[in-house]
Design a protein around this ligand. Structure first.
Ligand SMILES: Nc1ncnc2c1ncn2[C@@H]1O[C@H](COP(=O)(O)OP(=O)(O)OP(=O)(O)O)[C@@H](O)[C@H]1O
Ligand SMILES: [Mg+2]
Length: 234
């Protein structure tokens, strides 16, 4: 039922990778997941068309600014999780999707450009909260981090987020070949062949911790708000 959107106004921040990792982790736990693919590159739709598929995942890519809120609200009634992969910009689809999200995840790489793109989404969330008259829960996930060292740029981003009092996941998404290769081979991390792809075990551990942290946040959503959404939609 929770709607989890991935947004950063800067392109290439790691939204699609973070969204697919969450979706495949949740599907591997036997849950029904609907992914809205609002990325113009349609990476998740292409992944879904690969022969090796993940049972339990439906991908929707026919989306318009006028229809997206109703599409998401409807999908939330017949899926265990709705995951929305948004374009790296600020547009009406992004704003509409965020306005019906239970949790907005802002992936940020260790660069000031990414942090600024993320800050734009956080400002947009603040404006939307006034329009929808409720808080829109949000958090940052650091992406493509180096497993061995924290770079100076990453440290600057962490300090910036800390100064703004922003909720940052304890688990970053590490830079791993396995996360890229999902898009080539299809399926989830459990389907990757460790002989073909390096670091699969570490990637699985990282993805599992990341998903667990996000789900903890997504599940703690006041049910009353859902009741209001259903009332509005009916
Ligand atoms: N944790 C990671 N490990 C390795 N490669 C990664 C990781 N995260 C992202 N990438 C790579 O970085 C690039 C950008 O990632 P991704 O497509 O997920 O970003 P995005 O924010 O969705 O981009 P866009 O704004 O264009 O939609 C891709 O080539 C992807 O494979
Ligand atoms: Mg993308």
């Amino acid at each position: 039922m929770p709607v989890i959107s991935f947004a950063n106004a800067k392109g290439g921040a790691g939204k699609t990778t973070a969204a697919l990792l969450l979706a495949t982790e949740v599907a591997a736990r036997g849950k029904r997941v609907t992914i809205f693919d609002a990325d113009p590159q349609k990476w998740i739709s292409r992944w879904h068309e690969l022969p090796l598929n993940c049972p339990g995942i439906t991908v929707v890519n026919q989306i318009s600014p006028a229809s997206i809120t109703e599409q998401i609200t409807y999908a939330a009634t017949n899926s265990d999780y709705v995951i929305v992969d948004l374009e790296g910009t600020e547009n009406l689809i992004v704003a509409n999707a965020l306005s019906v999200s239970d949790l907005v995840v802002v992936p940020i790489q260790g660069s000031s450009m990414d942090a600024r793109g993320g800050a734009k989404i956080l400002t947009l969330i603040k404006k939307l909260e006034k329009i929808v008259s409720h808080d829109i829960k949000h958090c940052v996930v650091l992406t493509r981090t180096n497993a061995a060292v924290t770079t100076r740029a990453m440290k600057a981003v962490q300090d910036f987020l800390c100064a703004q009092d922003i909720d940052v996941l304890m688990t970053p998404i590490v830079e791993r070949a396995a996360f890229r290769d999902l898009f080539e081979f299809g399926g989830g991390l459990a389907d990757l062949n460790p002989k073909q792809v390096s670091g699969v075990a570490k990637a699985k551990e990282n993805a599992s911790l990341y998903a667990a942290e996000l789900l903890e946040r997504a599940i703690a959503v006041p049910q009353k708000r859902w009741y209001n959404v259903f009332k509005r939609a009916s």
